[in-house]
Design a protein around this ligand. Structure first.
Ligand SMILES: [Zn+2]
Length: 491
């Protein structure tokens, strides 16, 4: 009886009687539309009709049913639309059986702006590609034609399909009898195995393309926030589903250290560049590269180029205290997102350094000075990996063969010979006690004397000033007490 009723109703439409028929006569009893998570949804921007279902499997290849393929695809498209902040209902979310008049009624009985019926094609003669339909009675400028064209072009743009069969018109039931702009999609041929390989391999891409074609009708696009990010130990900032879930705090010493950044990030749109800012200032690009190790361990992204990033943030110019380092990625579609936020604590040794048993370096009786090394100036200079020149206390540069003595001035020069810092200082010896005089010792000396910070307040730490056989805070405080910066304790 239902089919007979349907036929009569259809005839009414064909005869142009729909406009004068009472509305209740046109009402077909049907279930309400469903939300993607279950439950009824009577009002939404979109309603998706997964073709066939239940006792009607649609086209088949072996045991593969069109009804299953299109349900899976429809659910994913609906998920993407909902995740993008738009509403979407479905005529079915499981293997339910609905006649075409029921499917149409589910849409018409609710309040929906656009109707999208998703199918897979079959020809029996090896057809390939995609084609999309709007109602043959609608004009090419109708909303239905625009909806159809928008989705079809979006699917074509993926490049995954071997043939574009075009936008077409037809008098299909669901196109003809739905009250809202409607389209019917034939998403590849289910009876050709190579088409099913495309469907399965590029399932997510296809779903995103359909969702994007639909969302374009309301000026939106799929919100592709799926990205992952990892930072190398020990920084540890992590991103999950678009949110920086943890930030790291690290400490660096002014002048002595750089902050070395290294990590990776992935985004569904691909990565164009990765950059950082300090305290929300302007961005500086980091180096990027393909990270094959990440590609092999994190799947689900189509583009792994530029996913690795690295670089150094110099700490010289940062003030003491906390700084916020923001690492930002720019996608290949010019969208940006935060990869990590890191709190960088910069220590200023002049203000904060305390020499005691918990200091991060040790000094003992092996501490020596120029005063008792008897080394020539050239020999002392050679102990430094950076370029240093030795000067007398009165500022005269020492000849290479001069014996370094009390009150030398060390000048710390760049590779090109430019002055970086200087101070009146006793040449530091083996501060770290490792048996060699090297840049580690120089770094220790920097911490002690503030080389390069405040030349009017330079203190020489010459060793065991207090004579207690230990170089410690008492020595430092004693030196401070007896020096005013223009003198040194041997001068
Ligand atoms: Zn079908």
């Amino acid at each position: 009886m239902k089919r007979l009723l349907c036929f009569i109703l259809s005839l009414c439409f064909v005869l142009g009687l729909a406009a004068v028929a009472p509305a209740d006569k046109l009402f077909v009893k049907a279930e309400a539309a469903s939300s993607v998570t279950g439950g009824t949804l009577n009002s939404a921007t979109f309603i998706i009709d997964p073709g066939h279902g239940g006792s009607d499997p649609g086209a088949m290849l072996g045991s593969r049913e069109e009804a299953d393929d299109v349900l899976r695809l429809s659910l994913r498209v609906a998920q993407l639309i909902v995740a993008s902040g738009e509403t979407c209902a479905l005529t079915r979310i499981n293997d339910a059986t609905h006649d075409l008049d029921e499917k149409t009624a589910i849409a018409n009985n609710g309040n929906f702006d656009y109707f999208v019926s998703i199918h897979r094609n079959a020809s029996g003669v090896g057809g390939v590609g995609i084609e999309s339909y709007y109602y043959s009675g609608a004009s090419s400028t109708s909303a239905g034609a625009k909806l159809c064209t928008s989705i079809h072009n979006s699917m074509v743009a993926t490049g995954v399909w071997t043939r574009n069969r075009g936008v077409k018109t037809a008098g299909y039931y669901v196109l003809k009898y739905t009250n809202m702009p409607a389209t019917l999609l034939e998403v590849g041929f289910i009876d050709v195995e190579s088409e099913n390989v495309i469907f399965d391999t590029h399932f997510e891409t296809i779903a995103v393309s359909i969702a994007n074609g639909m969302l374009a009708m309301v000026g939106k696009s799929v919100n592709t926030t799926k990205y992952e990010s990892g930072m190398e130990s020990p920084y540890g900032a992590k991103v999950t589903n678009g949110t920086v879930s943890a930030s790291a705090t690290i400490s660096k010493t002014k002048e002595v250290d750089n902050f070395a950044l290294k990590g990776w990030t992935l985004h569904t749109e691909g990565i164009s560049s990765v950059r950082y800012s300090v305290d929300n200032g302007s961005y500086t690009n980091l180096s990027t590269a393909t990270r094959s190790d990440i590609q092999s361990s994190v799947s689900g992204y189509s583009d792994y180029s530029n996913c690795g990033f690295s670089g150094n943030i110099p700490c010289d110019n940062l003030s003491a205290g906390n700084h916020t380092i923001t690492i930002q990625a720019v996608t290949k579609k010019s969208n940006t997102y935060t990869v990590a936020k890191i709190t960088l604590t910069v220590e200023d040794p002049i203000e904060d350094f305390v020499l005691n048993s918990s200091s991060d370096f040790t000094m003992d009786e092996t501490f020596v000075t120029v005063k008792n090394t008897g080394l020539k100036a050239s020999e002392i200079a050679a102990e430094f990996k950076c370029t240093v020149k030795l000067f007398s206390a009165s500022g005269v540069q020492l000849s290479d063969n001069a014996i370094g003595g009390t009150g030398c001035v060390v000048k710390y020069l760049s590779d090109t010979g430019a002055l970086i810092a200087s101070a009146t200082v006793v040449i530091p010896g083996d501060l770290t006690g490792d048996g060699t005089i090297n840049t580690t010792d120089l770094a220790c000396a920097h911490k002690l004397i503030g080389l390069g910070y405040d030349y009017s307040n330079v203190f020489n730490i010459a060793g065991d000033v207090t004579g207690d056989k230990v170089l410690n805070t008492a020595d430092y405080l004693t030196v401070r007490k007896h020096c005013d910066g223009s003198n040194n304790i041997y001068g």
